[in-house]
Design a binder for this molecule. Structure first.
Ligand code: ATP
Ligand code: CA
Ligand code: CA
Length: 408
């Protein structure tokens, strides 16, 4: 059980709340850890363990300075299995999530969810609604089937689902991987759905240090899309197809492809003197970046309001390359620049319901129905796949005689 140093510090309400939640998660993880491992059974997906934390402590929980609260851990055995599957060691997970203060991210979404990032940049904690939490538990067995069958999956890595309750206050949250670790700079970041209606970043968003652009911005910025090797292209599109099939089978929609671009050529131009390279060496040997690493799964979120640029001063080429997460897709930008692109499907807990049907009907009145992002799941998935395979990614033309980077 962790020592809770943060408990004595002066904290705001939210900080105190998060510290309490971390304290609760630590206990819940410590409780499941010693249990012998066994194969996952279907009922494991549907259980929940509610631990009360009385102020004065109990036989199994220590006394604490906060109000009486309880922490419900949903499907604890299933999530332990999932963390194992993702090669996350229990002691590392507890250290990342529970032992250092979390950083709150400035409102990245419109839903009102609050996002927290762990100090080490590895995990995101997102608050979710009752419906989303309920739905994730229902989805979990199907999600596990996809993980096992579709090993390249781009779906989020769900690592835990909890509910904190104190009096009438109830907060549900999910722990997942951070797709965009801040070891490198993301020159562009997009949240893409395949719809065009209103899908442009607001002026407020664009003024941020690391804005998240949308579909229409992408089309404007990269009208020819991003090209990858034909092998990488088919791998990526095939994975998207399989993931969309799962999402569609659960009537899920409104999800996005989070796509971040690290422009390697640009970094080389900016830092040429530091790398001690001649002018033309911006075409780098992608072998050194382990480019045969298929499609991802862990990468970064840039904190929307903080600079993510890591100056390359005093860094040599090797240390720069070492900092590039290996799970990106190597792509060529329309101007010939080489980039590493990080992709993942996010926000998959929205089920098509009556409210969405009404929203679609209303929006269709004022615009052409097909461009609206709220649609039925089959249509949503079809349009999403079409957009990603035609407008976002392209297979490189093999007949092109221009010198190509080595893609392995
Ligand atoms: P809405 O429902 O209004 O779209 P939301 O509150 O459900 O918003 P998300 O769509 O899940 O929020 O995420 C909002 C933003 O947060 C994304 O566009 C992305 O920039 C960032 N984000 C979400 N999940 C991750 C993740 N796993 N890794 C990195 N960044 C993420
Ligand atoms: Ca979203
Ligand atoms: Ca959402």
């Amino acid at each position: 059980i962790p020592r809770f140093s943060a408990i004595d510090e002066v904290q705001t309400d939210t900080e105190a709340l998060m510290t309490t939640i971390q304290f609760g998660i630590a206990h819940s993880l410590a409780k499941i850890s010693p249990k012998p491992k066994r194969d996952l059974l279907l009922p494991d997906f549907l259980t929940a363990d509610n631990i009360p934390f009385p102020h004065q402590g109990s036989e199994s929980t220590p006394a604490h300075k906060y109000k009486h609260f309880s922490l419900k851990s949903y499907s604890p055995a299933a999530f332990r299995h999932l963390r194992d599957h993702f090669d996350i060691q229990p002691e590392d997970f507890i250290a990342s999530v529970c032992y250092t203060p979390l950083k709150q991210l400035g409102n990245p979404g419109a839903s009102g969810s609050v996002f927290y990032l762990t100090q080490d940049d590895k995990y995101i904690i997102k608050t979710v609604s009752f419906n989303e939490a309920f739905f994730l538990q229902k989805l979990l067995a199907g999600y596990w089937m996809n993980l096992v069958q579709n090993t390249q999956t781009l779906l989020p890595k769900f690592l835990g689902l909890y509910a904190y309750q104190s009096g009438s206050r109830k907060i549900r949250f999910v722990v997942m991987n951070n797709l965009l670790p801040s070891t490198i700079k993301y020159h562009y970041k997009f949240d893409l759905k395949g719809s065009t209606y209103g899908r442009r970043a607001s002026m407020k968003e664009k003024r941020k240090t690391s804005p998240t652009f949308k579909d229409l911005d992408f089309i404007q910025m990269f009208p020819q899309g991003l090209s990858t090797t034909p092998e990488m292209y088919s791998k990526l599109i095939n994975t998207l197809h399989r993931d969309c099939m799962v999402l569609e089978s659960f009537d899920i929609m409104d999800y996005s492809l989070l796509l971040a671009v690290h422009n390697v050529s640009e970094e080389f131009r900016v830092n040429r003197s530091r790398f001690d390279l001649p002018m033309e060496s911006h075409v780098i040997d992608t072998n050194t970046m382990n480019s045969n690493h298929p499609i991802h799964s862990d990468s970064i979120i840039c904190e929307p309001d903080t600079p993510t640029e890591t100056p390359l001063d005093n860094q040599n080429l090797t240390s720069y390359l070492d900092r590039i997460p290996e799970d990106g897709v190597v792509a060529t930008l329309p101007n010939g620049d080489i980039a590493v692109v990080y992709v993942g499907i996010i926000d998959i807990l929205q089920k098509y319901r009556a409210k969405k049907k009404i929203e679609h009907a209303m929006k269709s009145v004022i615009t052409k129905g097909d461009t609206v992002s709220v649609h039925n799941p089959a249509f949503y998935s079809l349009r999403f796949k079409k957009f990603m395979s035609q407008d976002i990614f392209h297979p490189e033309e093999t007949t092109n005689q221009q010198p190509k980077p080595n893609m392995r």
